[in-house]
Write a protein that binds this ligand. Structure first.
Ligand code: UDP
Ligand code: MG
Length: 195
């Protein structure tokens, strides 16, 4: 009868719906497990440059102190004179900007100090404490917010993503210039389940 057909159809639809819902559930729990895994903190290394604005204003100790006190481990550190070549790579995203020549000159005015900092989620943490690019708009409490008035002479460079960190550390450091500190101090810096 047509009733039977309607019932059969409705059963089939309900079955389909149930299986669709259950596959959504399984996708959801899988992605939330993945999110948990991704949230699981990661030991990272990131590049910081103390720019000529830091050197000229004799702020090296103070800026290094900020990172050190935060609990980021310094695993590489050296002074170097930047060149046209390295700046064209480092600021590849800005070479076509009208301000690039001024930026380049300001980055070559004195040597810079390159640092490799290490910690759980170090890349994001360092960006966060570095603050917004323009020192006039950067939050107080951030390095740029506390130490500069400039959009360009803004004290530090910090890698902005895991990909950039790898690329920039390779650009500024040879492998043997970055040191493995083992578990030095880690028990003071993190809880056991944070590592
Ligand atoms: N910069 C500048 N003028 C601008 C934007 C950037 O002089 O309008 C300089 C500034 O020194 C900045 C650097 O170029 O730190 C790199 O720019 P980016 O947008 O990558 O900012 P950051 O990642 O350093 O915050
Ligand atoms: Mg940048």
């Amino acid at each position: 009868s047509s009733n039977d057909r309607i019932n059969a159809l409705s059963d089939a639809l309900t079955g389909n719906l149930k299986s669709i819902i259950s596959s959504f559930d399984s996708i959801r729990s899988k992605t939330s497990r993945q999110a948990e895994k991704q949230e699981k903190k990661q030991m990272e290394r990131t590049l910081v440059l103390l720019k000529p604005s830091t050197i000229e204003r004799a702020l090296v100790g103070e800026i290094v102190n900020r990172f050190e006190k935060k609990g980021l481990r310094i695993v590489g550190m050296k002074m170097m004179q930047l060149t046209d070549e390295i700046l064209a790579q480092h600021y590849a995203h800005l070479v076509k900007k009208p301000f690039f020549p001024i930026l380049k000159a300001s980055m070559m005015k004195t040597p810079v100090i390159a640092m490799c900092l290490e910690g759980v989620d170090a890349i994001a943490v360092v960006r966060y404490i570095t603050g917004y690019t323009n020192g006039r708009k950067a939050d107080p409490g951030t390095i740029r917010g506390d130490y500069c008035m400039s959009n360009q002479q803004n004290i530090v460079h910090a890698s902005d993503s895991p990909e950039a960190a790898v690329e920039e550390l390779n650009r500024f450091f040879r492998p043997e210039e970055i040191f493995d500190m083992g578990d030095l101090n880690l028990d003071r810096l993190y809880a056991v389940d944070e590592l």
